[in-house]
Design a binder for this molecule. Structure first.
Ligand SMILES: Cc1cc2nc3c(=O)[nH]c(=O)nc-3n(C[C@H](O)[C@H](O)[C@H](O)COP(=O)(O)O)c2cc1C
Length: 323
């Protein structure tokens, strides 16, 4: 028998979880994060995709990539290290094979509507431009998320997202050709998030998303070898959440464009926390690794959470932290 006080359910209407940014309206702010949800189609039998606001597909490059050698994943206390190496089928195969499958899934019934975002990366500004050009011809994409956490091979390997000049160059180049909203996914491996957020905004970004993973490393003291073949890797999961919340808060205050937040989200209260910090919508990544249904579970929990907290319109929470 459950003796706990039950939520007061006399709200006149069910809570409105919908959020809007860049002319895109999502039924709720829950989006599956890039690299943790395949091309979306793999999750069709696992998650009711229509219960999500949307999903971001794996990072797409000009040509297919096989990624890094194993081991590529390592579990840490409250987190995960990964150095997948951006393995993907290449943008053309995505547009020709995966996108039609996603569109067919959404066409079966109106309720199947969920937004599909394409994540883009490259090693030169020209790579990014070429990937976006190919995506422009694909149907049913809501927007482009530009992953700038990649080394610029034409510029000595400096990561695009850690250098203001390179960030400006790549965002401006992508904006010149993109026919859809451009969401710039900032690197957290910088000294000043406000500075990089402003650079991306001034270069034309329609929205920002953050955070990507933090550069990290783990060593097996028995073998004295790095846990990950690539030596360094990206840290994600609950371990990074408070840093990610701080960065979303800083970005939100620095720019006027919408901010999409992520980093360690694993329950409805985390979503609310990121929204209070300034997120319009959020993404869920590593949680999919311990529970492939995490996105759907959190979307359902969000509705109950709003009822319990008497939130009528979740979008009003964006930036609402009380200082
Ligand atoms: C295995 C793995 C692969 C990832 N691949 C990508 C990627 O291709 N493009 C990208 O922008 N971010 C990628 N990310 C970063 C996530 O989308 C997300 O920004 C990060 O993991 C923080 O969120 P989380 O703590 O909820 O996982 C990847 C993360 C993981 C764990």
């Amino acid at each position: 028998m459950n003796f706990r006080k039950q939520p007061d359910r006399d709200m006149a209407q069910p809570p409105d979880l919908s959020v809007s940014f860049c002319g895109i309206t999502l039924k709720n702010p829950i989006i599956a994060a890039s690299g943790t949800f395949g091309y979306g189609v793999e999750f069709e039998d696992v998650v009711h995709l229509h219960k999500l606001g949307g999903l971001v597909v794996k990072g797409l490059s000009r040509e297919p990539m096989i990624g890094n050698p194993p081991p590529r994943l390592w579990e840490t206390p409250a987190g995960m290290l990964n150095a997948i190496g951006l393995q993907n089928i290449g943008v053309r195969a995505f547009v020709e094979e995966k996108l039609p499958m996603l569109n067919a899934m959404r066409a079966t019934a109106a309720k199947q509507e969920f937004a599909v975002f394409a994540n883009v990366f490259g090693y030169t500004a020209a790579d990014y431009v070429e990937v976006v050009r190919v995506l422009n011809d694909g149907e049913g994409i809501a927007g482009y998320e530009i992953n700038v956490s990649c080394p610029n091979t034409a510029d000595g390997g400096i990561v695009f997202g850690t250098d203001p000049r390179l960030l400006d160059e790549v965002v401006a180049a992508v904006k010149r050709v993109a026919t859809r909203p451009v969401i710039v996914k900032l690197s957290p491996n910088v000294t000043s998030i406000p500075q990089m957020a402003k650079v991306a905004e001034q270069a034309g970004a329609d929205a920002l998303s953050l955070v990507n993973t933090f550069v990290a490393m783990a060593i097996d003291v028995e073998t004295r070898r790095p846990r990950i073949a690539n030596v360094t890797a990206g840290l994600s999961g609950p371990a990074i959440k408070p840093i990610a919340v701080r960065m979303v808060y800083e970005a939100f205050r620095a720019v006027k464009i919408p901010v999409i937040g992520m980093g360690g989200i694993s329950r409805a209260a985390d979503v609310a926390e990121f929204m209070l910090a300034g997120a319009t919508a959020i993404e869920i990544g590593t949680a999919n690794y311990w529970d492939p249904c995490a996105t759907e579970t959190i979307a359902e929990e969000m509705l109950r959470w709003c009822v319990e907290h008497r939130v009528e319109r979740l979008s009003t929470w964006t930036g609402g932290v009380v200082l």
